[in-house]
Write a protein that binds this ligand. Structure first.
Ligand code: HEM
Length: 264
C-alpha cells in the first residue's frame, strides 16, 4: 500500500497523538483566522472580476478606457482601492499562508505524499473520480506555487499602479491613462502580466471552489458540478484576459472600438 494511503487511514482510525489536542480558545482563534483568510480571499476574487471589467474597457477603445479611469479617480474610488487591495493582499498572504509548512523538509514530505496520492487508485468518497482526495491535494500544492508568483508579480504591479495614480512619473499627468498603460505593456510588461494573469485566474477560481467546499454551497452541489463551475470561470477569465493583454500590448486594435466610434 502507498505511504500516503497508510497515513490517511491512520488519521481516520487512530486517536490523535498526545499533546496535539486543541483547547477551546485555540480552536476559536483558528476559526477566526480561517474566516479572515476566506473572507479576504473572497473579496480579492471579487475585486479581480471588477478589475477585469475595468481593464477590458480597452476593447472598446482608448477613449472609453480613459473616461472610466478618470471617473474612478474623480470620485476617489481608485486611490483608496490601491491601499485596501494592498492591505487585503498582505492579510490574505499571512493568514492563508500559515498552513504552508515552514521547513523545506516538511514541504518536500507534503509534496511526496501528494505525488503518492496522485497515483493512488484508492477512492474514499464514492465513485466520482474527481472526489478522490488526491486531485485536491495536488491542486493545493499549485495554489501555494501560484500564490508565490502572485506575491512577487502582484506586489510589483500594485506599487506601479500606486505610482501611476499618485504621481506623474508615467505619462502626461497623474492617474491611469491608456497611452501609458499600453506603452509600458508593449515595452515588456506583457511578459510579466501573462504569468500573473494565469496565476491569478487559477488561484482565484480554485480558491472560490475551496471556499464553496468549506463554507456551504459544496454541501448542496456535487464536487463534479463545482469543478465544472470552476473550469467555466477559469477559462472565461483567461480568454477575456488574454484578449485584453494583446490589445494592451498593441498587437491588435481594440476589437469593439466600432461600437463607440473610438480609434486605437
Ligand atoms: C490596486 C489596484 C489595481 C489597479 C488600479 C490596477 C490597474 C491596472 C491597469 C491600469 C492595468 C493595465 C496595464 C497597465 O496599466 O500597466 C492592469 C493590468 C493588469 N492587472 Fe491590475 N490593477 C490593480 C491590482 C491588480 C492586482 C491585485 C492584480 C493581481 C494580483 C492585478 C493583475 C493585473 C493583470 C494580470 C493585468 C494584465 C491585464 C489582463 O490581461 O487582464 N492587478 N491593472
Amino acid at each position: 500500500m502507498r505511504e500516503a494511503t497508510r497515513v490517511i487511514d491512520r488519521m481516520r482510525t487512530d486517536p490523535p497523538p498526545r499533546g496535539s489536542r486543541i483547547t477551546a480558545p485555540d480552536g476559536r482563534k483558528q476559526v477566526l483566522y480561517e474566516v479572515l483568510a476566506s473572507g479576504s480571499g473572497a473579496v480579492l476574487a471579487v475585486f479581480m472580476w471588477g478589475h477585469m471589467f475595468f481593464v477590458a474597457s480597452i476593447l472598446l477603445g482608448t477613449r472609453t478606457f480613459d473616461t472610466i479611469a478618470q471617473w474612478m479617480e474623480h470620485v476617489y474610488v481608485a486611490q483608496p482601492t490601491v491601499f485596501i487591495v494592498l492591505a487585503l493582499f498582505v492579510l490574505h498572504a499571512v493568514l492563508a499562508g500559515r498552513k504552508v509548512p515552514a521547513q523545506l523538509r516538511e514541504r518536500k514530505r507534503a509534496f511526496a505524499l501528494a505525488s503518492d496520492l496522485k497515483q493512488s487508485t484508492r477512492r474514499w468518497t464514492g465513485g466520482d473520480a474527481l472526489t478522490r482526495p488526491h486531485a485536491e491535494s495536488w491542486i493545493w500544492i499549485w495554489q501555494v506555487r501560484s500564490a508565490l508568483l502572485i506575491g512577487i508579480l502582484g506586489s510589483f504591479h500594485i506599487l506601479l499602479m500606486g505610482l501611476d495614480i499618485f504621481s506623474d512619473l508615467f505619462g502626461r499627468m497623474e492617474g491611469i491613462e491608456a497611452v501609458s498603460s499600453m506603452a509600458r505593456t508593449r515595452a515588456g510588461l506583457v511578459w510579466l502580466y501573462l504569468p500573473l494573469l494565469i496565476a491569478v485566474e487559477f488561484h482565484a477560481s480554485v480558491g472560490l471552489l475551496r471556499l464553496a467546499v468549506k463554507w456551504g454551497p459544496g454541501n448542496r452541489l456535487s464536487r463534479r458540478t463545482l469543478w465544472r463551475i470552476e473550469h467555466v470561470i477559469f477559462w472565461s477569465f483567461i480568454g477575456l484576459g488574454l484578449l485584453v493583454l494583446v490589445v494592451l500590448a498593441g498587437w491588435i486594435d481594440p476589437p469593439l472600438a466600432f461600437l463607440t466610434g473610438d480609434g486605437p
